[in-house]
Design a binder for this molecule. Structure first.
Ligand SMILES: [Zn+2]
Length: 380
């Protein structure tokens, strides 16, 4: 899932995301709450209408950004008080507040409010943080169940919609296995838009496998339609990330979406998918692109490198994206070293194409029942 922090996947217009085959993107609760504000977005008909994106949207809980961006945060049983990184004003995020904001934004998938445990953390600290996340998951669910129908499209359009359907948001592609719902692989990929979003629980527990397993078991007891593994990619080794994911996955229901938050490099997301992970998000393809780093079938290219100054090859010889069929490495290097805005646009489009193609290959391999090809092909 490409990350659209503030109602935009940075540098890429929505129609291009559609052409690239992005079926779901992220919005960040913390950023949208601070600017332009969730009540404004609700008034504009919700984030889908506001940003003109008809496909699926997932919002994070705001927890991670509060922990990483805001100043003077203070965690209590009630929630997290913090100061805005924009203007220093004071705010309080609670599980209930996070649900209210995400419902107002009109996300299709809402994430439970959690505490992203810092790394490294002592075992006792990780245990207390994990238990706080469980109590917040219960509060998130209680508030969500009572208010989930208060989303913008229900408020604005419920009068002229039938119960159970309110549109035809596309979250699949013809022929692709379906990620959500009860549809069988290969069935028509156009889904009726549900009248309420889905709330996913989040597993925490730091870097302790037994705490992770306990968190998974107790989160599953709360019965969510999907589960995320949070608090990874926070500075631990890749082996540790893999160990934590493997420990948790075997306890999460196979028939529900299993989502690892905030990962990873192309070769890593293939390995996680092979373990059984269904969903991932990462700022890496977009953020790296703005720093001139391209992911290609030959590995990573730093496009500002002088060796590309007269290179007439496309960024990735094997890629068929709109950037690779039209432009050369020499031109992309020129744009980047000249600090032209188009550099970030073109680099981002290619990187997203590479990530989405990677996952398309994974889905294809899964339908064929053999992931060995993509596993060996993607390790750079
Ligand atoms: Zn490309």
């Amino acid at each position: 899932m490409p990350v659209g922090t503030a109602g935009t996947v940075k540098a890429v217009p929505q129609d291009v995301l559609e052409d690239l085959g992005a079926r779901i993107i992220l919005g960040n609760t913390y950023h949208l709450y601070l600017r332009p504000g969730h009540e404004l977005v609700r008034k504009m008909g919700g984030l889908h209408k506001f940003m003109s994106w008809e496909r699926a949207l997932l919002t994070d809980s705001g927890g991670f950004q509060v922990f990483s961006l805001s100043e003077l945060r203070k965690v209590s049983e009630e929630g997290v008080s913090f100061r805005s990184h924009l203007d220093g004003t004071s705010h309080l995020f609670t599980p209930e507040r996070s649900m209210e904001i995400q419902i107002a934004l009109g996300a299709d998938i809402v994430m439970a409010f959690d505490e992203c445990t810092e790394h490294p953390a002592e075992r006792d600290r990780a245990r207390r943080s994990m238990e706080l996340t469980l109590r917040w998951a219960r509060r998130s669910k209680d508030y969500f169940e009572a208010h989930k129908h208060e989303n913008p499209w229900n408020r604005a359009e419920s009068a002229d919609r039938e119960i159970g359907t309110s549109g035809d948001r596309v979250i699949g592609e013809p022929g692709d296995p379906i990620l959500f719902g009860s549809a069988q692989p290969g069935a028509a990929a156009v889904h009726a838009l549900p009248t309420a979003p889905a709330l996913f629980g989040i597993v925490q527990g730091g870097m302790y496998a037994d705490l992770r397993r306990k968190s998974a078991e107790r989160t599953v007891e709360l019965d969510f339609p999907g589960y995320a593994i949070g608090g990874l990619s926070v500075g631990e080794s890749r082996e540790k990330t893999m160990e934590m994911i493997a420990a948790v996955l075997e306890l999460l229901p196979k028939d529900k979406p299993r989502y690892v938050m905030g990962v990873g490099y192309p070769e890593e997301i293939v390995r996680y998918a092979a373990l059984g992970v269904d969903m991932m998000d990462c700022v890496l393809p977009t953020r790296a692109a703005r720093h001139g780093l391209l992911f290609t079938s030959e590995g990573r290219l730093n496009i500002k490198n002088a060796r590309f100054a007269q290179d007439q090859n496309p960024p990735d010889i094997q890629c068929r994206c709109r950037v690779c069929v039209r432009y050369t490495r020499a031109y992309l290097r020129h744009l980047f070293v000249s600090a032209e805005p188009l550099a970030g646009v073109l680099n981002t489009i290619h990187n997203l194409a590479f990530y989405l193609d990677t996952m398309r290959s994974v889905r294809h391999a899964i339908t064929l029942g053999d992931l060995t090809g993509v596993l060996s092909g993607s390790v750079s």
